[in-house]
Write a new protein. Structure first.
Length: 190
């Protein structure tokens, strides 16, 4: 069935370029995931807080390698993107990404997490701001949205500090290990 509108981002908008490395601040950057990041990802997903809010765990080195390896293909097929948040030592301390990319609408869902040692320093907010700036300028996106459990106060703070106002609450919309959660909906427009 033909579209009645021209896609806001034409096919190839992401795939035609290499996934960028994005500076966050001196000593902190976003870069594409690499296979050698798999041990750090597995360790991160062992964190009970990451499991609680992201409802996934990684049980083997192979699963962690599959997780890191998927992102190059998802960039090429323009369905998602994920960046490792790395310090000066180039070791991942977190993740920020775009999920559910819709080129027709020039929109995506945002995700982020940090390892425990990186929390409480404003790093998630800074990383989200760097990715958001790229998405709205070089990436050509119109709208970025995110949702988190209303019980995840830390994620709500990150969203607010990064300029993503609350748009509403989706009642009982996501099931976590402890049951159904209401979700805050946040978004920014270019």
């Amino acid at each position: 069935m033909p579209l009645l509108v021209v896609p806001a981002l034409p096919a190839g908008s992401l795939a035609a370029q290499e996934q960028p490395h994005l500076p966050v601040r001196p000593g902190l950057a976003l870069r594409p995931w690499r296979d050698d990041d798999a041990p750090a990802v597995r360790a991160a997903f062992d964190c009970p807080v990451i499991q609680r809010w992201h409802v996934r765990r990684l049980d083997s080195d192979d699963e962690a390698l599959s997780w890191t390896a998927q992102w190059a293909g998802r960039w090429r097929d323009e369905s998602a993107a994920s960046w490792a948040l790395v310090g000066a030592d180039d070791r991942p301390v977190g993740q920020v990404g775009l999920r559910d990319v819709l080129l027709t609408e020039a929109s995506a869902q945002v995700s982020y997490w940090l390892v425990p040692a990186a929390r409480g320093q404003g790093l998630a907010t800074e990383a989200l701001l760097a990715m958001t700036q790229w998405a709205f300028t070089r990436g050509g996106f119109h709208r970025l949205a995110l949702e988190h459990s209303t019980g995840n106060v830390a994620s709500c703070r990150v969203a607010g500090r990064a300029g993503f106002p609350v748009e509403g609450v989706a009642r009982g919309s996501v099931r976590h290990a402890d049951g159904w959660h209401d979700m805050h909906l946040h978004a920014r427009l270019a």
